[in-house]
Design a protein around this ligand. Structure first.
Ligand SMILES: Cc1cc2nc3c(=O)[nH]c(=O)nc-3n(C[C@H](O)[C@H](O)[C@H](O)COP(=O)(O)O)c2cc1C
Length: 337
């Protein structure tokens, strides 16, 4: 069992997370409001082996059986390997939520714990990156979930809460001691939110201190950047989030580059427009046309980026609430290319 993502012709790449064997060094980073089932299916169209992730699922919401909670859990057979991310700060509730996930027909491959979300509402409740300030609670959450499920448990966190509290090294060790099977680090602090650039260098020494797999995360936008990030951080694998917007082929391109050295061209603009149509139709099937239309608005700017008349097109796509008008517009763009 080895993991050598930087070697060319390393087609037999394997990375063991507990008892789950990943065949890809790239995972989709969890993104609330983005990485739902239709989005993951678009990624899967290109990348067969990457670890996919759900959006963050509030343990509290899950235990309250909120009506809208069901959709977030849906999966398909080809979604796997699939990690379910839980948020919360109450060890017992987190463990109960994990148990509930294990009752699904198709169970998660991995349960991930959100200890990195910087959003005010989340941290004010003690969830997300606030847990980096309460490491004892964070440790209890990992232990409670580990005691409840028989699948691997991973933790995603940041460098620290502020630049004066960069406790990622101790935190990583504590997570490992508490039973975490892997960690993902977004190389920013909570205070940075998403500003500045990810500091890959900061975590370069961490692999010497822990024995579980490390996923490096933050600002990986191209196959070349992915390689650079792995070289700098010494991580076993990487997680890619925002750069997959409008580019569902990116994870596959990164995999190919890391594993074979082949630099595949990105999908051309016509293909991207057709992907936008596919995405829209999948969202309509998934959440109904009334909800899908406003939901899709955040994605169009990424799909049409680079077109000479992108600003005008964006206006048209964003202002209509009529499915036929939007699809016609997208078809027209595609035909004109
Ligand atoms: C819209 C959005 C939603 C996000 N939601 C989550 C989430 O639910 N859970 C989580 O751990 N991180 C979440 N993140 C953070 C990403 O997983 C990732 O750590 C961050 O975007 C940095 O990686 P990137 O530069 O590859 O995007 C979110 C980021 C964005 C932009």
């Amino acid at each position: 069992m080895t993991n050598l993502p930087l070697q060319k012709n390393n087609r037999n790449f394997q990375l063991k997370i507990g008892n789950v064997v990943l065949k890809s060094p790239v995972m989709l980073a969890p993104m609330a409001g983005i990485t739902d089932l239709p989005y993951r299916q678009l990624i899967r169209k290109y990348s067969k082996n990457s670890l996919l992730t759900t959006e963050m699922i509030s343990s509290e919401m899950l235990m309250q059986n909120r009506k809208d909670g069901g959709k977030i859990l849906e999966n398909k057979e080809n979604d796997f390997p699939l990690s379910y991310q839980l948020s919360g700060h109450k060890p017992k509730m987190m463990a109960d939520a994990a148990k509930k996930l294990m009752q699904m027909e198709r169970k998660p491959s991995i349960i991930d714990i959100n200890m990195g979300c910087p959003v005010r509402k989340v941290v004010c409740g003690g969830d997300g990156s606030a847990l980096m300030r309460t490491p004892d609670i964070a440790a209890d959450i990992v232990k409670a979930i580990k005691d409840t499920v028989d699948i691997p448990v991973s933790v995603k966190f940041r460098l620290g809460y502020t630049s004066g509290e960069m406790n990622f090294m101790e935190f990583a060790k504590l997570m490992e001691q508490s039973g975490a099977d892997s960690i993902t680090i977004h190389c920013r602090t909570r205070s940075q939110m998403y500003s500045g650039s990810a500091d890959w260098q900061a975590i370069s020494g961490i692999k010497k201190e822990i024995n579980i797999p490390l996923f490096a995360n933050g600002d990986i936008t191209t196959p070349q950047k992915a390689k650079e990030c792995l070289e700098i951080t010494g991580a076993d694998a990487i997680a890619v989030g925002r750069a997959t917007l409008g580019a569902p082929d990116l994870i596959h391109r990164i995999e190919q580059y890391l594993l074979t050295g082949e630099d595949i061209e990105q999908a051309d603009i016509k293909t991207k427009i057709n992907l936008a149509i596919e995405h829209l139709n999948a969202e309509v099937d998934f959440r109904g046309v009334k909800n899908a239309i406003p939901f899709m608005r955040k994605f169009y700017p990424y799909y049409i980026k680079g077109l000479p008349n992108a600003a005008a097109l964006r206006g048209k796509l964003m202002s209509s609430s009529d499915y036929d008008v939007i699809v016609d517009e997208l078809h027209k763009i595609s035909q004109d290319l």
